[in-house]
Design a protein around this ligand. Sequence first.
Ligand SMILES: NC(=O)CC[C@H](N)C(=O)O
Length: 232
Amino acid sequence: MNIYGDWGNVLVLKQRLKWQGYNPVVTEYNPGDEFPSDVDLIVGGGGQDSGQVVIQQDLQQLAPTLRGLADDELPMLAICGLYQLFGRFFKTHDGVLIPGIGVLDIETHGGPERLIGNVLSVSDEFGEIHGYENHSGQTFLGTDAQPLAHVRKGEGNNSKDDTEGARYRNVVASYLHGSLLPKNPAIADFLIEKAVTRRYGSFDPAPLPDADLAGLARLSELARKHASDRPR
Ligand SMILES: NC(=O)CC[C@H](N)C(=O)O
């Protein structure tokens, strides 16, 4: 699935990997496709409730594979609609129960109102995380799930506690679109480091030329600032 610019996450990972001298191959996966036999990183985006219903059966068939890969430290990024389905289930506001694949100890209940707007959250691992949320599902973490971050502005997982997203091994899950990685390159670099280390045993990042690095830092700072200044 892909909504509100989530495809941008793939573009960021691809470009940052190229800067490190790698030649990433992106394989798109759609329901019914053969699951690639050799993957280094899995990225998935959000979707409307109807889209989540469409992919649910196929996702269930992949569940043992995805759970195995997550347990085996494969880095994954799951945004919003896919994040919800990485959990135990999503019960939509219309009462439709969409089973999840249980990578994460979370459950999601659709509410009558949508949580919409820019979000600022803070994580020990990644610092400030900026993005945009738009969801009716309210997600609650079980005892085995760690939050990705704590919300300073916006709602995040739900309107009751201040958690945003979830972490498990090298899985990063978040409600934030926008897309997430251009504004939060620390998360992109975490996923890249884990993917390269898992494949080659170590990761020795090449520093970018100062001018490029300064330009990039400025752009992503600008995007973060705009996001956090915008009203909800
Ligand atoms: N933005 C999304 O991916 C939405 C996910 C889900 N359909 C919800 O509304 O909660």
